[in-house]
Design a protein around this ligand. Structure first.
Ligand SMILES: Cc1ncc(COP(=O)(O)O)c(C=O)c1O
Length: 494
């Protein structure tokens, strides 16, 4: 006798209707080969008695299974598992229970590429010292979302709620072109702009477009780890160049160009990630010259251009590009909030057209309502106002944070006050175990997010922009406690 009671376990409190629970259980048994093609099913009265439910529920389940062609009825003979189903190797009930989907932790097939874990964003409620994120508490989200609501409910909403321009809402491309011109001296047309969901998507699309297996890509010895992952994903070979206080050492780039056919270079010249130094004007000119001479692409990731506290910032490389060697990546996520996925790529038109085709393959198009709202937000000068306000707050926070670091941790660390950006690159004394320090901080409710990436440099990128005065104080205090307790242990064991 088939053990129906064991197989169909019914939970009357579950959100799934009981008849669908029966349908699911029977399909699972067929797929597992314990109910086989042509097998006779019990009558509805019998099954309802076995399961202790109303007969009508079993009838509804059988009707559904028939509609889906799992069961057939032969008049005056009964209900059978459909003859047309492919034969699944028969198994006995004794061969164990079928795992539920939630028990399937590993797929039955292999995966082609596994990105390394990288640093994980802390999911628990902790004080996060990130590698440099904006303070989302000051972002004027009400204003932006008010615009979204107006667009989504206004007269022209149809235009923004259906499939639209894969390259990005034209009004946002126009507004950004104007914004880039006034803020960075970058004179591009809306046709040379692609809207992405943050810079990350831009990075992915660009290296997908540029790289063939084995292509050489130059990056800094320290560089944005996620960009390295993307390059590896597309089978690029990384060549690394040292970084000093003037940025990437361009003479080493020149020497690599003489030895290898370089396809591309990834660079964050404004504030080098992670060390925050600015690439000198002289090196910029030399780099553009090399790219023109050896015909490689410079992928310029300008993730935090809008936050510069010293004199006026150097213009991006692309603003000096007269030959079409630079592909520029920018983002509004750092200006407003990381969860607001609006970024962009600027490049010669043929590059943008190709990137748009790739974008379509993974994401058809962006959020047009948000893009339209962002365009209006920029046109009204709101983004610029918000940047001005955040710049003032972050400058103060940078100063306060650097003073605190110096006062509290000065004997164990050294750092340069960054000219811009949202983080300080802090190098620790060589006998401080940074992983142990991060562990200690974790027990005290502080998550140090960039430690995994940088402990091999004996450094951490400490983000200050998202911390208010009290949070900074707490963060630095915990670091000091961690270091001093660590030092005490060291001196005891010496
Ligand atoms: C150097 C760099 N590039 C790109 C990104 C990705 O930013 P987005 O949020 O715009 O995707 C980050 C994020 O931290 C970054 O630090």
């Amino acid at each position: 006798m088939f053990p129906w009671k064991n197989i169909v376990s019914i939970d009357k409190n579950a959100p799934t209707p009981v008849y669908l629970q029966i349908v699911g259980a029977i399909i699972k048994e067929i797929m597992a080969g314990r109910l086989i093609s042509g097998q006779k099913m019990p009558g509805t009265r019998y099954l309802s008695e076995q399961l202790d439910i109303n007969r009508k529920t079993v009838v509804a389940a059988y009707d559904e299974l028939m509609a889906q062609a799992w069961l057939d009825v032969t008049p005056s003979q009964g209900t059978f598992i459909s003859q047309t189903l492919p034969i699944v190797r028969q198994r006995q009930w004794a061969s164990g229970s079928i795992p539920s989907y939630q028990q399937l932790h590993t797929a039955a097939f292999s995966l082609s590429f596994l990105p390394s874990d990288g640093h994980q964003t802390e999911k628990k409620e902790m004080l996060r010292i990130t590698d440099g994120s904006p303070d989302v508490r000051i972002a004027p989200m009400d204003n932006l979302y008010k615009r979204c609501r107006e667009i989504a409910s206004g007269r022209s909403r149809r235009q923004y709620l259906r499939y639209g321009d894969e390259q990005g809402e034209i009004s946002l491309r126009k507004a950004l072109a104007h914004f880039l011109h006034t803020t960075r001296g970058l004179s591009c047309s809306p046709q040379q702009l692609l809207i992405t969901r943050g810079s990350q998507m831009g990075l992915y699309l660009i290296f997908q477009l540029l790289l063939k297996t084995g292509d050489y890509v130059i990056v800094g010895e320290s560089s944005y780890p996620v960009a390295n992952e993307v390059i590896r994903k597309f089978q690029g070979r990384l060549l690394t160049v040292p970084v000093d206080e003037q940025g990437l050492q361009v003479e080493v780039v020149a020497s690599l160009c003489r030895q290898y056919p370089i396809r591309a270079m990834y660079i964050t010249p404004h504030h080098h990630y992670p060390t925050t130094v600015t690439l000198s004007a002289e090196r910029r000119v030399r780099l553009l010259g090399l790219a023109q001479q050896y015909r490689f692409a410079i992928v310029e990731d300008d993730y935090d251009y809008d936050f510069h506290y010293a004199s006026s910032p150097l213009l991006p490389l692309i603003s000096m590009d007269t030959q079409g060697v630079v592909i520029y990546i920018g983002s509004l996520t750092k200006c407003m909030a990381p969860a607001l996925r609006n970024g962009y790529v600027v490049a010669p038109e043929n590059v943008i057209q190709a990137l748009t085709q790739y974008r379509k393959l993974i994401d058809r198009q962006g959020d047009l309502v948000l893009e339209k709202a962002m365009a209006a937000f920029i046109e009204a000068g709101e983004l610029q106002r918000h940047l001005k306000k955040s710049l003032k707050i972050y400058r103060q926070r940078r100063d306060d944070f650097c003073t605190l670091l110096q006062q509290q941790l000065g004997e164990w660390i050294h750092f340069q006050v960054p000219d811009g950006g949202m983080a300080v690159w802090v190098v620790f004394a060589s006998d401080i175990d940074l992983l142990a320090l991060a562990k200690y901080a974790h027990t005290r409710g502080i998550s140090l997010e960039g430690v995994q990436d940088w402990h091999r440099f004996q450094a951490i990128r400490l983000g200050f922009a998202s911390l208010n005065a009290e949070e900074m104080q707490r963060g630095v205090e915990v670091l000091k406690e961690g270091i001093t307790s660590f030092k005490r242990k060291l001196s005891r064991s010496a």
